[in-house]
Structures are given as C-alpha cells and as structure tokens.
Write a protein that binds this ligand. Structure first.
Ligand SMILES: Cc1cc2nc3c(=O)[nH]c(=O)nc-3n(C[C@H](O)[C@H](O)[C@H](O)COP(=O)(O)OP(=O)(O)OC[C@H]3O[C@@H](n4cnc5c(N)ncnc54)[C@H](O)[C@@H]3O)c2cc1C
Length: 298
C-alpha cells in the first residue's frame, strides 16, 4: 500500500494496517481502519502536519467508549495516543491524554486528593473525557481541570486554560474543533482523606454495577439527558426495554443503554437509535439527541 505521508516521521509510535476497530471500541463492532497509529506524544506535531498536508482523512480515538465505527470501517488513519504515567506535582496531576480516567482517579486517591472519584468508573481516557466533559454522580471534568495542551493540524502545540474550554453538558471547545488533538491535561483536585476517597469510589462502582449492563458491550448512555427528563425513563416508559433490531438491543437492565447483544452491526445500532428517537417523540414530544459519536463524522 502506498503511504500518503512519510511514516519515517514516527519515531516512537506504532503503525498497523487494516486494523479491525472492533478491538478498540467498547461496542465491539464496525469495520477496519486503513491505518491505525498508536502515537507517542512527541511524534504528534510532525504527524498531524504531514497528515493535514496529505489531505488524508484522519480521526482521533481514545478508549473508544463513546463511539461507533461504520461497518465499512474508516478509510483513513485512526490515531490513538499512548497512555503514560500520572505525574504528581504538589496537589496537581499532569497526564497524557491517552491515559485512562481510572488510572488518574486511582493516583489521586493514592495521594489523598479528592474530586476525581466520579471519574473512576467512566471507562474512557483523559482526552475523550475532556472532549465530552465527561461526568457522573454530580462530578464533571470541568470541576477539576486546570488546562490542556493540544496540537493543531499545523503541528503547533498550544495550551488552553479551563475557562477557554467553554465547557457545557457533554461538550467543550474541542467538540467545535475535532481537528485538534488533545495531548495532555492538568488537574487540581483538593486535599482529602485517602480512606474516604477509596470508600466513595467503591460505593460509586457498586451503584454502577447495580444499575448498568456492564457485562455487555455498549458505549454507555446512548442519548444525552433531555432537559427536565431522563432518557432511560422516557425509553422505558415507551415500552422499549428489550426492543431489538438485529444484534442491537435496548438493555433490560437500563433502558438508557443500547447494547450489543451479539454480532450487532453499526447499522443495527443506528436503526435502533432512530426507532427509539421516533417512538419517544411520538409518545412524549421529547427529542432525544444521540450522545454516541460516529468515528470521524461528528
Ligand atoms: C459502560 C460505560 C459507562 C459510561 N459511563 C459514563 C458516565 O458515567 N459519564 C460519562 O460522561 N460518560 C460515560 N461513558 C461514555 C464514555 O466513557 C465517555 O464519554 C468518555 O469520556 C469517552 O472517552 P474515550 O477515551 O473512550 O473517548 P472515545 O470514545 O475514544 O472518543 C470520544 C470522542 O473524543 C475524541 N477524542 C478522544 N481522544 C481524543 C484526544 N486525545 N484528542 C481529541 N479528541 C479526542 C474522539 O475523536 C471522539 O470524538 C460510559 C461508557 C460506557 C461504555
């Protein structure tokens, strides 16, 4: 296969061809990426510059826990950042955007820093969480983030302060700029008591296990919370629990989750999402907006 860019610019990164993306997303479905790069941060400026100049399609992937991949795959380059150690400087935590939230929250706990307990059970990376302003049980990324460092398609590395992120419910500056790669982030949790932090994380994990279908592939909550309602409750009250299209199913345990009940295709999931949206609208007049993104499209 001819390369649209010089792969010699990748010093510490790995490149694979025709990589099945089902291995990299929590829904466990979808086709292949023409190229898949596990990227070292130091290689990011040169790579983005080369890719932008080549006109090649590219998309960023974190832990793949909020995305779908089309059945036909992605005809371009998928870039996933390597994870790294969490650096602790006084009360601040600095981390590569490819590191998981679980690792970040665990390190905070080990250093008696409180404020990241909510993030421990969210299965994404720091990059995906900043992009989405991920949140749970009353906490959100915006509450603890100090700044992020990102790379532009021109290969320029810039810093963004907390305010400049313009965080909102499941949105941030980076949603308006999908061309920017978040490289790292800095957090400032507060001083706390390690045993209390540990207990809080265990309690939230218990609540998740009790209420969410964690044994089935999914991408978490399928729809955003419409103002004044809960998506899961609207879907359940529409009689859709267990409703199935192909291999995609509305979870019996939590109607807010569409799950891969076995060999689901991306097409199945999207058809089920449309059916849910139509049914809920017809019944309650409420528009459900999909939270899950399609890789490289939104
Ligand atoms: C079982 C389960 C439970 C969940 N519970 C929650 C929850 O409680 N709260 C919640 O908010 N979410 C939840 N989610 C959804 C998901 O985990 C979050 O949205 C998470 O923040 C996504 O992170 P990710 O690394 O997996 O991102 P991905 O899904 O890989 O990517 C999401 C978006 O971010 C972009 N992106 C990823 N990394 C970067 C980067 N470095 N630079 C630029 N863009 C990037 C991608 O291009 C994509 O557009 C859950 C998901 C599952 C499967």
């Amino acid at each position: 296969m001819s390369n649209p860019f010089d792969t010699g610019i990748l010093k510490n990164s790995q490149i694979k061809y025709n990589e099945p993306l089902s291995r990299h997303i929590s829904f466990r479905l979808g086709g292949e990426a023409k190229r898949f790069i596990l990227l070292d941060i130091a290689d990011a400026p040169a790579l983005l510059k080369e890719l932008a100049a080549s006109g090649e399609k590219y998309a960023f992937l974190g832990n793949g826990t909020n995305v779908l991949v089309r059945d036909g795959g992605f005809d371009g380059t998928v870039i996933k950042l390597k994870s790294g150690e969490v650096q602790v400087n006084g009360g601040r935590l600095s981390v590569s955007a490819g590191t998981t939230l679980a690792q970040l929250a665990q390190t905070a706990c080990e250093h008696s820093l409180t404020g990241l307990e909510f993030a421990h059970g969210i299965p994404g990376t720091v990059g995906g969480a900043v992009m989405m302003n991920a949140g749970a049980y009353g906490g959100e990324i915006k509450d603890v983030l100090v700044n992020t460092v990102y790379c532009t398609p021109e290969g320029e590395v810039r810093t963004l302060t907390q305010k400049e992120h313009r965080f909102g419910y499941r949105t941030s500056f980076f949603k308006e700029h999908p061309e920017y790669l978040i490289l790292s982030a800095e957090f400032e949790p507060k001083r706390g008591e390690s045993s209390e932090i540990k207990n809080a994380m265990a309690e939230l994990a218990r609540r998740r296990r009790e209420s969410q279908p964690l044994d089935k592939p999914s991408a978490g909550s399928t729809f955003k919370r419409p103002e004044g309602y809960f998506a899961g409750k609207l879907i359940e009250d529409s009689g859709l629990k267990g409703f199935t299209i192909g291999g995609a199913q509305v979870s019996q345990k939590h109607a807010g989750f569409v799950i891969n009940a076995g060999n689901a295709t991306c097409r199945d999931v999207l058809a089920l999402c449309s059916h849910i949206q139509k049914t809920v609208y017809d019944r309650f007049g409420v528009t459900l907006e999909r939270e899950i993104k399609i890789l490289g499209e939104e």
